[in-house]
Design a protein around this ligand. Structure first.
Ligand code: I85
Length: 354
């Protein structure tokens, strides 16, 4: 049977029957920590994410599972539903990404400068993951450097996306699954909000591509202040540039693509289809092999990198809240006959006041 149509359920057997859980912490996310574990049968190493069992954790696992068949997404091996350290938990066993984070790898690169073509290949891979998700109406909503990991530290390593803690399935869930609606005759303004969630991912791709090409982010706060009003305004108004000397030799194609992804108006921002069709992405192997300043800039900026990451995390949080509000507003304002019928039934006015 088609794997994507089969609802997968966590195992209720005890995880320690199959795995030995180590104390080595690989990373700490917002929803839980990731530790090393070893399969008892094969002695192979895996990564284990421990989540307190709740609706949100169930959604994370469900969406990650749905995305897991994509080569560019960290694979889920097993999921257990166990009582762990006194609480009901979901234990997610994943392939172990031994290559570490994307930008760490570029920063530590020794064999020659990182080139524009290499950046294009990385973007192609990340965009493939996003295309896979968007095709299945899943918005990741937390695309940031620390969620992009390599399978292995050597040249054979594959770049993969992880952490579905903020992922959202945009149609067939929520409003549309209630008995009043079927997706066949629902108005575009009701389907509209998916654009916002999806466009959040494209904005993130723009930021990641910008950093790949120069080693610093397009927006940063004024001197050490956490997400300053000035930075917020620059993000909202799209005030960023391509300063020399880092950007001097970067192709116009690359800059144009970034502009399309960092478009302020989310309805005008490129879609993942448009990004994938862009020649800088589609024909990444023909992109010039121009050496970039990225490695050097990342090395010089190591001490501010944690702040860069925190800022991206905060901007994403702001964007998710803003777009969720747009979503609610769009539904309230829509004049869809089906919605009106439902409003009548629930005693609400036909056309909501704007
Ligand atoms: N392997 N965001 C930052 C890690 N293998 N990591 C994070 N959310 C997740 C940690 C905090 C991502 O869902 C995360 C999640 C999953 C992983 C994950 C999955 C599979 C790894 C939060 C490593 C690793 C393993 C060996 C060596 C190295 C890293 O992190 C290194 F290269 F660093 F030495």
């Amino acid at each position: 049977m088609n794997e994507e149509l089969t609802k997968r359920v966590p195992k209720t057997t005890t995880i320690t029957d199959d795995y030995e859980i180590c104390s080595t912490v690989l990373g700490v996310g917002i929803t839980g920590k990731v530790v090393q574990c070893i399969a008892k049968k094969t002695k192979e190493r895996y990564a284990l994410k421990v989540l307190r069992d709740c609706v949100k954790a169930r959604r994370e696992v469900d969406l990650h599972w749905k995305a897991s068949s994509c080569v560019q997404v960290v694979n889920i091996i097993d999921v257990y539903e166990n009582t762990y350290t006194g609480s009901r938990c979901l234990l997610v066993v994943m392939e172990c990404m031994d290559g570490g984070e994307l930008f760490q790898r570029i920063q530590n690169k020794k064999d020659g400068a990182f080139t524009e073509r290499e950046a294009a290949k990385i973007m192609y891979d990340v965009c493939s993951a996003v295309k896979f998700l968007h095709d299945r109406h899943i918005a990741h909503r937390d695309l940031k450097p620390e969620n992009l990991l390599y399978t292995k530290p050597d040249q054979t390593g594959i770049l993969k996306l992880t952490d579905f803690g903020f992922a959202k399935e945009v149609i067939a869930k929520g409003t549309l699954q209630t008995p009043c609606y079927t997706p066949y005759y629902v108005a575009p303004e009701v389907l509209g909000p998916q654009k916002y969630d999806m466009s959040c991912d494209i904005w993130s791709l723009g930021v990641i591509m910008y950093i790949l090409l120069c080693g610093f982010p397009p927006f940063f706060s004024d001197h050490g202040h956490p997400i300053s009003p000035g930075m917020k305004k620059r993000i909202r108004t799209g005030q960023y540039d391509f300063p020399a000397p880092e950007w001097s030799n970067v192709s116009q194609d690359a800059k144009d693509l970034i502009k399309g992804m960092l478009e302020v108006d989310s309805t005008k921002r490129l879609t993942i289809e448009q990004v994938m069709r862009n020649k800088w992405i589609a024909l990444y192997m023909e992109v010039p092999q121009t050496p970039l300043h990225t490695g050097q800039m990342l090395r010089e900026g190591v001490d501010v990198w944690p702040e860069v990451q925190e800022e991206m995390t905060r901007s994403l949080a702001t964007m998710r809240v803003d777009y969720d509000q747009v979503h609610i507003k769009a539904i309230n304002n829509s004049n869809n006959p089906l919605l009106n019928k439902r409003r009548k039934r629930s005693g609400l006015p036909d056309t909501p006041s704007k």
